[in-house]
Design a protein around this ligand. Structure first.
Ligand code: ADP
Ligand code: MG
Length: 364
């Protein structure tokens, strides 16, 4: 009955992939995707993201495990029978066909009557606000326009799911942002399920309902963007998403999920104990540059460390500071430009403060 309890739309169960019968590039992938969800696979190059997408599209077989849609296995289903739209980085429009012919192609392959194709093409040209471009050839369009047509062509046969592999990788920053907005708008309007691949964390954070962070063929964490950023479950995710400072230390007592960490320079840090950390373990404590403050401040903070000032950079919307701890650990701090951003002399000491809720102790 309840939406939360319904069967997953798309299910990966213990999916493994090897290209050479030896090394697994996807190690044991298990994930449920809800209907209408925007799921992103994010990770460094070579981490197995495209391989997962290829197996879902049916262009690569699974080595073991199963992929199913609404409870029916699709691992043996031919790609064109999976009813999945695909968009890649290289636009792959047919150069000798007009834009309208390109858009109509997936429909004529599916034997839709000519009149209906005409109507549908008009509708999908309008959807991407390119009504007047139907008669042009791909060579007469800009990169961004071509990618909008590619997107429209993947959607035009109204698949239940659409896969995109770094679709904006070839576009410059401004066009990328426009297209991110365009894809999000179409997703909201039409409600299809998306599995999106990118190595760009900003893109992933701004577009997705959930992000699966990959490293070396293994999902490190799969959560909503804010959860990934605010509560990374391990040091890889803490380092890969956004920026972080890492302070080495040793865990003393852990009480109510809060670890008392002794940094190598002495003193004490209160940090949230991440999964897998125990008393007397070596650890690293993570704290994001924008969660650190330089005293004096208006508020009280749980943690403080003394550090030596090294440099201060003006970056426009914020000021970036670099401090060094006595053991040599570099600490980066971002202070919003509209707050009082203090000046220091080189070598001068400063007191850095932060909340325990913003820092985590991870096993090393
Ligand atoms: P990503 O998309 O995250 O960059 P891929 O899924 O493309 O990663 O690649 C994962 C690993 O599999 C890499 O080591 C890559 O070299 C290897 N790989 C990808 N495609 C093939 C292929 N067709 N044949 C052999 N190895 C491949
Ligand atoms: Mg890839």
């Amino acid at each position: 009955m309840g939406g939360e309890n319904r069967e997953a739309f798309l299910k990966f169960e213990n999916v493994k992939k090897s290209y050479d019968q030896k090394n697994l590039v996807v190690k044991d992938f298990t994930l449920d995707v809800k209907e209408g969800e925007f799921l992103t696979l994010l990770g460094p190059s070579g981490s197995g993201k495209s391989t997962v997408l290829m197996m879902l599209a049916g262009f690569e077989g699974v080595t073991s495990g199963d992929i199913s849609i609404l409870g029916t296995s699709i691992t043996k289903t031919a790609p064109y029978k999976r009813n999945i739209g695909v968009v890649f980085q290289n636009y792959a429009l047919f150069p000798h066909m007009t834009i309208s012919e390109n858009l109509g192609y997936p429909l004529s392959v599916r034997k839709m009557p000519k009149e209906q194709i005409k109507e549908r093409v008009a509708k999908y040209l309008k959807l991407i606000e390119m009504e007047e471009f139907g008669g042009r050839y791909p060579g007469q369009l800009s990169g961004g326009q071509k990618q909008r047509v590619a997107l429209s062509r993947a959607l035009i046969f109204e698949p239940t799911m659409i896969l995109m592999d770094e679709p904006l990788g070839a576009l410059d920053k401004k066009l990328r942002e426009q297209m991110q907005y365009e894809i999000t708008r179409l997703h909201k309007k039409l409600g299809f399920t998306v599995v999106y691949v990118t190595h760009d964390q900003t893109e992933a954070l701004s577009m997705s309902d959930r992000i699966a962070v990959f490293n070396d063929g293994v999902v490190q964490q799969c959560d909503a963007p804010a959860v990934l950023y605010e509560r990374p479950s391990n040091a890889f995710v803490a380092d890969f998403i956004g920026e972080n400072n890492f302070i080495p230390g040793k865990v003393g007592r852990i009480e109510n999920g809060i670890a008392d960490v002794k940094p190598s320079d002495g003193g004490s840090i209160k940090a949230q104990a991440a999964d897998g950390i125990g008393e007397n373990d070596n650890c690293i404590v993570s704290i994001r540059p924008e969660k650190l403050f330089i005293q004096p401040t208006e508020h009280a903070y749980d943690n403080e460390l003394t550090a030596v000032f090294e440099s201060r950079y003006y970056v426009g919307d914020f000021i970036r500071y670099q401090f060094k701890l006595p053991d040599g650990t570099e600490i980066n701090i971002k202070v919003l430009n509209d707050l009082a951003a203090p000046d220091f002399d080189e070598g001068q000491e400063g007191t850095l403060v932060w909340q325990e809720k913003d820092c985590f102790a991870y096993p090393v």
